[in-house]
Design a protein around this ligand. Structure first.
Ligand SMILES: NC(=O)c1ccc[n+]([C@@H]2O[C@H](COP(=O)([O-])OP(=O)(O)OC[C@H]3O[C@@H](n4cnc5c(N)ncnc54)[C@H](O)[C@@H]3O)[C@@H](O)[C@H]2O)c1
Length: 413
């Protein structure tokens, strides 16, 4: 494993095509992966790695007794005794010579586990959200820059073919002026989410915010948000929110993105992906979150052609974490920065934390850049690693550092 200079900066415009990536990976050895965290998501990851053509499951770790063994048992591994169980995920990955550490631990463990792995030179594919707090997220960006080791955040909901189709429609009919995502589902997820502050924003908002950035090709400038927590909510924090983001495109064009989400109602649930309406300059798209998107323009024949194009794109393809793993492995093999590399991802998480700040401050407008700089100050004060602190202090602005992308990433032969 080596760290090479990055040939090109992160291309958020890249259209990840999992089938093409899979075709290119035939005859290459699967990468050796250790999954750290064996809860609900860790178990899904273990099964996904076992089924994948691009990686093999060599180890599973969890702090809780028996969890790693249980995850291996349900993973479908052809020889479960060949998969090693452990408690300390980074120690296990080192011992096994792993090429990749997958980190679906609880959010508060994302920072310590990822920092250790990056300093051990082991690339990390971490679950969303990148960390529990924005200062910790910036710290992880700094540790990526210090080590030159790849760190990708798995945003599984970017990896639906419909999301790619919507992104292409916006590229052809945008820029967007108004985009909305509506999420509605009755849940009682329990676990750490029951006591988490702002669980809906931190657990679900992150998916929609990242998807909105990807579809519209815009980044956030500011947000105004409100939250409520009805008496029947099983969550301690707000599980019903409404946010309006001011967004900016690459040419400085301004647009709005509205997110309304609730875990507190029933009757007409949406899919986990939310329901979308995306209004662009010369076309509007709607998506129910599961079937094909509906694309409309003023020109009837063009609308019919768009519908025919979508209908023709029916080849089955890997999606969600399956596709995210393919994206990560493909980038590691090519020595390139994957889509959702941490520099690119932090603005999605900043949208969450800015909405949280807006609600906590009584619904005031919060500017993303101000919040990022406040978080940098906190990150510098908390950082124990001298090199990472120096990196944090060296950035002209946080926004510029994120846009510059990684200087080095890993290459796995
Ligand atoms: N992409 C998605 O659709 C999706 C869905 C669900 C959860 N997630 C994400 O996956 C992550 C885990 O969620 P979950 O629902 O599986 O949580 P969970 O509580 O069910 O499981 C987390 C596991 O991590 C273990 N753990 C905690 N600290 C650890 C450490 N330092 N080393 C090893 N193990 C450790 C815990 O013992 C627990 O077994 C979260 O970040 C969550 O946001 C993503």
């Amino acid at each position: 494993m080596s760290s090479d200079p990055v040939a090109t900066s992160v291309d958020v415009g890249a259209v990840a095509d999992p089938n093409a990536a899979l075709a290119g990976s035939r005859d290459l050895r699967p990468l050796r992966a250790v999954v750290v965290g064996a809860g609900g998501m860790g178990q899904w990851w273990a099964r996904t790695v076992v089924e994948s053509q691009v990686a093999e499951l060599v180890g599973v770790a969890d702090l809780a007794d028996g969890m790693a063994e249980a995850s291996i048992a349900q993973s479908g591994a052809p020889d479960p005794s060949a998969v090693v169980a452990g408690g300390d995920g980074v120690a296990l990955a080192r011992e096994l010579g792993a090429d990749l550490l997958i980190n679906p631990t609880v959010p508060i463990a994302h920072h310590p586990v990822t920092v250790q792995a990056l300093h051990a030179g082991i690339p990390v594919l971490g679950e969303k959200p990148v960390t529990e707090t924005l200062p910790e997220a910036l710290s992880l960006v700094a540790h990526q820059e210090v080590t030159g080791t790849t760190f990708m955040v798995s945003q599984s909901r970017r990896f639906f073919p419909q999301v790619r189709q919507l992104r292409r429609f916006v590229a052809e009919h945008g820029p967007t002026v108004l985009t909305s995502a509506f999420f509605e589902l009755l849940t009682d997820l329990g676990g750490y989410r029951a006591e988490q502050a702002h669980p809906l924003l931190r657990d679900m908002g992150i998916h929609a915010f990242d998807t909105a950035r990807y579809i519209t090709g815009t980044d956030p400038l500011a947000v105004t948000a409100q939250g409520v927590n009805p008496a029947w909510s099983p969550y301690a924090g707000d599980a019903t929110v409404s946010c309006t983001f001011e967004m900016e495109g690459p040419e400085g064009e301004r647009s709005l993105f509205a997110y309304h989400g609730t875990w507190n109602t029933q009757g007409l649930p949406t899919w986990w992906n939310s329901e979308w309406r995306i209004a662009g300059r010369t076309g509007t798209a709607t998506w129910d979150g599961t079937s094909a998107p509906v694309l409309g323009t003023e020109d009837e024949s063009e609308t019919a052609e768009l519908a025919a194009r979508i209908a023709a794109e029916d080849a089955p393809e890997p999606d969600q974490i399956d596709a995210s793993l393919i994206e990560c492995v493909t980038a590691l093999r090519g020595g390139a920065a994957p889509m959702c590399e941490v520099h690119e991802n932090v603005l999605s998480f900043a949208m969450v934390e800015a909405a949280v700040a807006s609600i906590d401050r009584g619904g005031v407008r919060v500017e993303i850049d101000e919040l990022l700089e406040e978080a940098r100050t906190e990150a510098v004060a908390a950082e124990r690693d001298e090199a990472a602190r120096a990196v944090l202090e060296s950035w002209g602005s946080v926004r510029e550092a994120l846009a510059a992308g990684p200087r080095q990433v890993s290459r796995v032969e």
